[in-house]
Design a protein around this ligand. Sequence first.
Ligand code: AMP
Ligand code: GLY
Length: 428
Amino acid sequence: MRILIIGSGGREHALAWKLKQSPGVDEIFVAPGNGGTASLAQNQPVSDGDVPALVAFAREHGVDFVVPGPELPLTLGVVDAMNAAGIPCFGPSAACARLEGSKAFAKEVMKAAGVPTAAYGVFSDKDAAKQFAVTHGAPLVIKADGLAAGKGVVIAMTEKEADEALDEMFSGRFGSAGETVVLEEFLRGEEVSLLYFCDGETALPLPSAQDHKAAYDGDQGPNTGGMGAYSPAPVLPDADLEKMADITVRPILREMARRGTPFRGILYAGLMMTAEGPRVLEYNVRFGDPECQPLLMRLDEDLFDLLRACVDGTLAQRHTLRIRPEAALGVVVAAQGYPGSYARGMSISGIEEAESSASVQVFQAGTRREGDRLLSSGGRVLCVTALGCDLADARDRAYAALKHISMPDSFYRHDIGLKGLKRLQEKN
Ligand code: AMP
Ligand code: GLY
């Protein structure tokens, strides 16, 4: 079986690492890949947003199965295009990927499906949006409708901030992604990421995970793609995963099927656990990055078989996933300046030493190889991930491994997992 993974992040390195363990997988290509996938698979210089080139590559190289990582190729219709070429591809059609590609669409589907979410309004006119902001008052959450790499959301704590954010959104900063804006009630609570394998009808939960979106310790600083993640998240006990699926995911599967566009792939519900109950903040239509890294370290199944079951519509034959009992935690090492501008080409060392413990995997994101050197090539550079007997142990192991890594002008958060530990202490 020849697999093509699309993408170049830590998630794609983790997917390649896990798929390489599947006995049915003989060969893995990654387009375009990174320094980490280069050592496991064959990187191919095809951009993740160039669907015709990806299909041409898959055809020419006899690819049997395609696994897109990021949202871009999914929203551009890579699944539809691969299927039209007769190549099975894991993930949602473009029609379903709109759940992530358009926040206004996701809200409309949530409303039709009866999924609890923040009260909202959708605007393509700046004055009307400003009027709504004045009527509702701050705090208010302002979201560009389209894809903005996790950076199109502003939490406005005052009316002035809301006013400025609306000026900025409608100024064209986010291109067509900002032509429509969703204004949302600000919700308080702890966030949790719930990912479900879906085959159009059936949803099978992965264990809960928690991301850390803000750049700096204490959830300070700008929003990023995610600075670290762990699983399980004590805010949501495993026993509640099925109940959460009934509230947040299965109604969406039914609604998408009713519309003639059944959802296959990973449906990821980003939830806020509020005092009034869970509220969906967003859907992603793919594995989260960095949630994927700790989740795949815990998954005790043949990943290829699972992906295949989603595509074939045979998930209902499984009742639960086999999950390792250990906790897993990953810390992202980023280039100084990320999520703003940052330098590239920094030399990275210490990965082998960090991985000398069997419980540690260093998943690479923005890296490239130049001869025998490993250089940084992106904002998020590594995700140092460890399994441990519990969350505290996984955290200790990940941070101990990080001490071996050296890269100039880099930073990482020191508090990944602390929220979960605090919750565990409160429970005891
Ligand atoms: P989204 O891309 O919609 O998930 O938003 C990115 C991040 O903004 C979320 O992970 C939350 O941290 C925050 N956020 C989004 N919507 C809300 C909301 N309604 N209330 C509070 N925080 C929010
Ligand atoms: N870690 C959040 C995301 O992948 O969107």
